[in-house]
Design a protein around this ligand. Sequence first.
Ligand code: WT7
Length: 627
Amino acid sequence: KTYEDLYKFSVNNSDDFWGELAKTRLDWYKPFSQVSDCDMNSGNIKWFDGGKLNVSVNCVDRHAAKHPDKVALIWEKDEPGNTEKVTYSQLLAMVCKISNCLKDSGVKRGDRVAIYMPVSPIAVAAMLACTRIGAVHSVVFAGFSADALAQRIQDAGVETILTTDQGVRGGKVIELKKTVDAAVQKCPSVKRVFVSKRTGENAPKTNLDIDLDAAMKTASENFTPEVMDSEDLLFMLYTSGSTGKPKGIVHTQAGYLLYASMTQKYVFDYHDGDIFGCVADIGWITGHSYVVYGPLSNGATTVLFESIPTYPDPGRYWEMVERLKINQFYGAPTAIRLLLRYGDSFVKKYDRSSLKVLGSVGEPINHEAWEWYHNVVGDGKCDVVDTWWQTETGGIAVTPRPSGPNDKIIPAAPMRAFFGIQPAILGSEQEDLQGVNEGALCIKNPWPGMARTIYGDHERFMDTYYRPFPGHYFSGDGAKRDEEGFIHITGRMDDVLNISGHRLGTAEVEDVLDEHPDVAEAAVVGVPHAVKGEEAFAFVTVKENFSRDHETLVKELQGLVRERIASFAVPSQMLVTEGLPKTRSGKIMRRILRKVAAGQVDDLGDISTLADPTVVSILIRDSNFVF
Ligand code: WT7
């Protein structure tokens, strides 16, 4: 059968397609009774109902039984050239030990457990231990601040946290335990904090601490896995939307695992024995699906990259590719854009002949970066796959591969739908736009990896994803279809920014700025940036009695954003001004702010609907005083 036949079968006979795969690719305690039962109008979504399985068994036990000494994890530590390998049988022992530690301390099926750790075997084993005992993990990116961590702990009612004493990235120490302790101060729900050693420097201690390494030493290497229902919660992962509060996106057991597994195998043409190198952090969905669940469910050797692309120098990735003989490399456009500025020599010094597929994820890849990735990194010999997906889709949804082996790949576009996905481009009247067209990127049909809800807020889930275009999943992205029917992503349609591949709601930053006692009002917009893709630009107006200098205020505001959210969220430019452009109904006209932020003040477009057009000349005047 050709790829085309298979794709048609996957969408026309979706239940047969996914049902057969679920039966043959996953190990079940009890077979499912129904493949899918999904209603995209009510957001009631069930896959493989009635089935019982355990995710850690599918990711570890079944491979450990077949090839115990195969390497499951290669930990590429921050310290250059330092790696640690963990075989499937060792991983199984680690997972069981942590499961026992968690259970002995009182963690039960259904409990939410926060993981705030660097990319490391202990973190991966902690995620899998949660799945083994039926707890729901919430991995929080270890770059988020104490306040951001606290907010996520509170929203999920977390009682248990796993962390390390410190982290190291690019040679710099990150005080993880200190941050956890500060977060816990605001979270009375927390009953215990498991701490594992990364650096061994004296991190602060509290009476909630449990030494994870010590507890594991005496724990048993056996743990009978919890028998989970297909639709039990597997994990939640917070992501940004267009309102201030991050959303806890919920994924469940069987559908998510199958989708991560299938996409890892077919998008990257993964074969037994390949070394799979996804350099994402486990704090993001890319790390969940393509560092942990996809590769491990397929019994692969997966690389855990703890460092940064420029440490000790901009050859880090390619030196690692040579040393570890990586076959599939999956990274972010922002890193590619950064590295290409250092020239080709850092790439060419190293042997990259092991590479077969190069993946790109998280944001649009520009043509220059795509060409460099293809021609220089891949020597023109690798398929470059620009993969479009989201935290909410669970796995890759639009991607140049799989497709026929001779089907062309065009630069910088995700092009084709994955098996079982029917993308649609919808217009402002909710019409399904055919042919060459541009509109809202939606998905017409259910797929196993789709998010099930927002933790504790199904109404927000419906409002965000299913009500804008009834009967469809709405992604929040715009897309266009070209003459050949290929899909190109045009960018977010809502107020969500993408800064170095990090998703951030402008409202999240505005909420923080508004907290400052001197700020009357704040508006944040994105401005294009050559390496980061986008940056945040903040406009603030101050209260009437404000008389201090603007520079000090800007510093305070930057500090506040760093403290409440994370460093990546700090607006790179700020303008303290006297008024924001508003319509007569009081809505801030961000279109105008975007132009001012980008320095295009000569081209502001129609300003006739402004309540007070004089605001514009003040803004233009003040735009000479940007910090
Ligand atoms: C948003 C999702 C995909 C997993 C990591 C990020 C943007 C993602 C692409 C791409 C253009 C892309 C979209 C999307 N995005 N991949 N290949 N081309 N844009 O997951 O944090 O949930 O962000 O990232 O805007 O909606 P996320």
